[in-house]
Design a protein around this ligand. Structure first.
Ligand SMILES: [Ca+2]
Length: 674
């Protein structure tokens, strides 16, 4: 992969430039340099971390990310805070800036830019459904533009599958809930349920081409007007000129409307048919194209001018009768043929945006950005926004390469390999604000085999996990960066659940970094681990190799191995191996074991550990023989925290140290490891 210039490099360069300006100014005035003349250097981070801490991990992206809480503002910084259902918890870095109308946050560009992405939240309407509000954008005090922010795609409430109604009663009064530690409709007197119940999914993001290129050091100011506005971060970048394909089946020649006024779905179909007959690719020039259904793709190449220029945008459409697959809506999406009719092959999609219109979660609806079965295919450089799942594949299928895409603001997963997806790679993609797992492999009915998630960045999934594997054979999760999972999930999960086939062969979890994971699990009322290995429906006994991973600033634990209490005597977790792992900061323990089984540890170094290094409950029988979970010390496991070395001899091999809810000791921020 091409290594692009890291934001820290840009930041240093800007600092030097600022120093030169300051020197010239002070020389002219004959004054000594004073702090008042120095410009504050822009703070560029990755997932709110010093980029040096995550070098080589996560996606290499064309934009620089700046957190609002590090910028100049006359508003109010909120957070940091990690409690679900709050604005700070869902913000990158668990902090943001709140503006009342007239207040601003101002970012200093770290490098030349002609485009920005703003991640923000504005309030919902009292009865749900969302509203819009203007946001003023100026550069160096001029060049005023207005973004129209919306909360129509944000703000969900209540229990699965969630609701847009802030005033609704519980969707499942027969489910146990943690808020009352009870089953509400089986409780007398009935508990009082606070409304809105479990508000979440507060943020959305929006892109803006600035219309010209500004320089490093120029100041982008965002000013709220009309409504209180929370700004989480700003991404800035220099977007290159539109890609032009001359020899192609151009959709304009088949009646597509780049103004977005007329429906262009049929025109795209005609351009695809022509391209297939003449062995051409399809080209979609700059413009916004209205498409309100699936475009079925097979044996075709479709190129846009780049995701900032070519926008395929649709309304959600209610079907008059449900589709055979159970959908009650349709919407914009590019779909391979269903695997039951052989799937599609040789499909290549690149360089466009898919803007959906999905505002509620209906799991039977096929309203995903990309769907169906795509073998021997590539998907590169798309921006997918406001669909249910960015990319959801139902195999069997094989040999799909997914690179350099951005998937944000989804109702459910970012990407899911479902049912027998094999020999496929997901690399260098950026995922933010999903309503379920960011990246998942779900081996339901048949195994996903020999797939890789490599060098992706996943930020702020508001529910579930950054990256999750549910069963499968010989799959790899490597070099990813996962930040800020919020509830009912964590950074990385290996789960035998959701009807998945067993893990078999090897599972490689290699050189990933998580930060601010190890979340609170509200249904269990305990803290999870940044990596969460969960035997719910089967044993986990494949060769699991966790090597070279860094778990930073864990809210609770770094590592959790658990079998749910009702099945604790049925399933175990064995054959898990941790090597060359760094743990920097845990609110509680390095390892929490709540299962029978075993794991080995070699060169697992930890510091700033807030509780006993190993919280070992085993399978909760507490016999004189010790815990049902044993640890093997293969050497080099150094460091610790408040209670001494994290892997002390007295803990080995299976000393019971079980403590459900140890106090949380907030660690210092992550820092370079000597
Ligand atoms: Ca932030």
């Amino acid at each position: 992969m091409v290594q692009v210039e890291r934001p820290t490099t840009k930041s240093h360069r800007w600092t030097r430039r600022a120093a030169v300006i300051t020197a010239v100014a002070t020389a002219g005035l004959g004054l000594a340099s004073t702090p008042a003349l120095a410009q504050p250097a822009p703070v560029v981070t990755r997932a709110a971390l010093n980029a040096a801490l995550v070098a080589g991990r996560g996606a290499s992206v064309g934009f620089a990310e700046q957190e609002a809480e590090n910028a100049t503002t006359n508003g109010t910084v909120i957070g940091p805070g990690r409690s679900a259902y709050t604005l700070p918890a869902e913000a990158s870095g668990r902090s943001a800036v709140q503006l009342t109308p007239g207040q601003y946050v101002e970012f200093t560009l770290p490098s030349a830019a002609n485009a920005i992405t703003v991640r923000y939240s504005i309030p919902d309407t009292p009865n749900g459904g969302g509203s819009t509000a203007p946001l003023g954008v100026t550069v160096n005090g001029g060049h005023r533009k207005t973004m129209t922010l919306t909360s129509q795609y944000a703000w969900l409430y209540n229990q699965y599958p969630f609701s847009n109604d802030p005033n609704g009663d519980l969707l499942h009064p027969d489910w146990w809930i943690t808020e009352c530690s009870c089953v509400p409709n089986a409780t007398t007197p009935p508990p009082t349920i606070t409304k809105p119940f479990r508000p979440n999914h507060f943020y959305d993001e929006q892109r803006l081409l600035l219309g010209r290129t500004y320089r490093a050091g120029d100041k982008v100011r965002l000013t709220a007007s009309g409504t209180p506005t929370t700004i989480d971060l700003l991404d800035s970048q220099l977007v290159g000129p539109p890609h032009v394909a001359v020899i192609a089946s151009n959709v304009l020649l088949f009646g597509a409307d780049p103004s977005g006024r007329r429906d262009s779905a049929d025109a795209l179909d005609r351009a695809i048919t022509f391209a297939q007959r003449r062995h051409l690719k399809v080209y979609v020039p700059p413009g916004t194209y209205q498409v309100n259904r699936h475009i079925v793709v097979d044996n075709v190449t479709i190129e846009g001018a780049g995701s900032w220029y070519t926008i395929i945008k649709g309304h959600q459409v209610t079907l008059s009768t449900p589709a055979p697959d159970g959908s009650v809506h349709t919407g914009v999406g590019f779909y391979g043929k269903d695997a039951s009719v052989g799937g599609s092959t040789n499909v290549h999609l690149s360089g466009f945006a898919i803007e959906g219109d999905v505002r509620e979660r209906i799991d039977t609806d096929q309203v995903n950005g990309i769907g169906g079965a795509l073998s021997n295919s590539t998907i590169d450089g798309l921006y997918i926004h406001h669909t249910k799942v960015g990319m959801w594949f139902d195999g069997p299928m094989t040999n799909l390469l997914i690179t350099n895409n951005i998937i944000t603001d989804q109702i459910a997963d970012g990407l899911n390999f479902h049912i027998g997806v094999t020999n496929s790679v997901v690399s260098n993609n950026f995922i933010r604000n999903t309503g379920d797992d960011g990246l998942a492999m779900w081996s339901e009915k048949s195994e996903n085999t020999n797939d890789t998630f490599d060098h992706n960045t996943v930020q702020t999934p508001v529910l579930a996990n950054g990256i999750a594997l549910y069963g499968g054979t010989d799959n790899t999760v490597s070099n990813n960066l996962v930040a800020d999972p919020i509830r009912e999930g964590s950074g990385l999960q290996l789960g035998s659940r959701f009807g998945a086939e067993a893990f078999t062969g090897h599972v490689w979890i290699t050189n990933n970094t998580t930060v601010r994971a190890g979340t609170y699990e509200l249904n269990w009322n305990i803290g999870l681990g940044a990596i969460w290995i969960y035997a719910l429906e089967r044993n986990i006994d494949a060769d699991v190799e966790v090597v070279g991973d860094n778990f930073l600033d864990n809210t609770y634990n770094a590592i959790m191995l658990v079998s749910d209490f009702p099945v604790k005597d049925l399933y175990s977790i064995t054959n898990v191996h941790f090597k060359d792992v760094k743990v920097d900061g845990t609110g509680t323990s390095v390892v929490s074991a709540r299962s029978a089984g075993s794991a080995s540890f070699e060169n697992v170094d930890a510091r700033n550990v807030g509780a006993v290094g190993v919280n070992n409950c085993g399978s909760f029988h507490f016999t004189p023989a010790g815990s049902e979970f044993s640890l093997t010390d293969l050497g080099g496991n150094d460091g610790g925290g408040t209670t001494g070395p994290w892997l002390a001899p007295w803990e080995l091999p299976n000393t019971i140290t079980c403590d459900d809810r140890p106090p949380v000791v907030t660690p210092p921020p992550p820092s370079p490891w000597p």
